[in-house]
Design a protein around this ligand. Structure first.
Ligand code: TRP
Length: 330
């Protein structure tokens, strides 16, 4: 039996270089050795206000991106969360063993509450429990995530352990997989903050659908420092360090090699080189994503097949959970 990998991305806003380097790019490598399950988490995405037509479009875009990034629907299960009702159903049960205090302490909840102060809804607070359901339904062993999701993964583990203790062994306790470099791509304008798809400043993020001009422009205006040396030092030179990280990931060179390559070169040459590496990497992905989006029927068929496979696995776990908590099975 292969071990299970599960991960997901929200179909919100425009996906960024951070989503790609920190998450989706790493997913393909597991496909041969693991049973991989990759989800477009649309239920999560309505915890902030969404325009329905946009959500629908971005769900297709996210799925197309998964495939364009090398996730093969023949090898991995690709599906949309709302197509598998067990996610919402398991969340209800897990809610009853999760404490309000724990959810209140979640960094992302506090963050989003302050950003959307007019819409601090129950779903926003419950977000980590839904994420735990995603993971636990499939007996997941490994969860590749960006560094910002570490706290949510911890909660998923706590919930699994707690359920197992209370109702006997049911869930696999998952491990996180957080890549060392690339886990956190920072904003180009405020390099001490994560590059976020919900950032209002367009210049802060590279979007996966940005054209070459936009990419060059954004890197040229990236915030750096004034000492003029291309050197990795996250504390004193967060901007340059972020650019070095991006360059290193895209060129498959180490940070040390990149530092040597750009020693004595000046920031503007360096920034253009980073932009160029990004453009070279994104161009084929963008072309493939666009090609896929022109064939909605194909994407819908992938969703349908993925939903069927995921449903089958998820139902089994849910029915075990229902039995354990004392619900009558007909
Ligand atoms: N919360 C994750 C994010 O915003 C997305 C997500 C939802 C997820 N469910 C998941 C990631 C399960 C890994 C596993 O990035």
């Amino acid at each position: 039996m292969k071990k299970v990998v599960f991960s997901g991305v929200q179909p919100t806003g425009k996906l960024t270089l951070g989503n790609y380097l920190g998450a989706i790019r790493n997913w393909g490598q597991f496909q041969d050795d693991y049973e991989c399950i990759y989800c477009v988490v649309d239920l999560h995405s309505i915890t902030v206000k969404r325009v329905p037509a946009e959500l629908r479009r971005q769900t297709y875009e996210t799925l197309a991106l998964y495939i364009a990034c090398g996730i093969d629907p023949q090898k991995s299960i690709l599906f949309v969360q709302s197509h598998v009702p067990a996610h919402a159903e398991l969340t209800w049960v897990l809610n009853t063993i999760t404490y309000v205090g724990e959810m209140n302490r979640m960094t992302q909840f506090k963050d989003k509450s302050s950003k959307h102060a007019d819409n601090i809804n129950m779903g926003l607070m419950d977000y980590p429990v839904l994420m735990a359901s995603d993971i636990l339904l499939y007996k997941t062993d490994l969860v590749p995530i960006g560094a910002d999701q570490k706290q949510h993964l911890e909660i998923a583990r706590d919930i699994a352990i707690r359920f197992n203790a209370q109702y006997s062994d049911t869930f696999t306790v998952p491990d996180g997989y957080i890549p060392k470099v690339g886990a956190k791509i920072m904003s180009l304008q405020q390099p001490t903050q994560k590059m976020s798809k919900s950032d209002e400043n367009e210049k802060a993020s590279i979007y996966l659908l940005d054209d070459a001009d936009a990419i060059v422009r954004k890197f040229r205006s990236a915030v750096t420092d004034s000492d003029g040396e291309v050197r990795f030092d996250e504390v004193n030179k967060p901007g340059i360090s972020n650019l070095l990280g991006i360059y290193s990931l895209l060129s498959d060179k180490t940070i040390d090699e990149a530092e040597i390559e750009f020693a004595n070169c000046g920031y503007s040459v360096f920034k253009d080189a980073v932009a160029d590496a990004v453009i070279q990497k994104l161009a084929p992905i963008q072309a493939e994503q666009k090609r896929l989006l022109d064939d909605k029927d194909y994407l819908t068929e992938i969703m349908r097949q993925g939903a069927e496979k995921a449903n089958c696995l998820a139902r089994k776990t849910l029915s075990k959970v229902y039995r354990k908590v004392g619900f009558i099975q007909l």
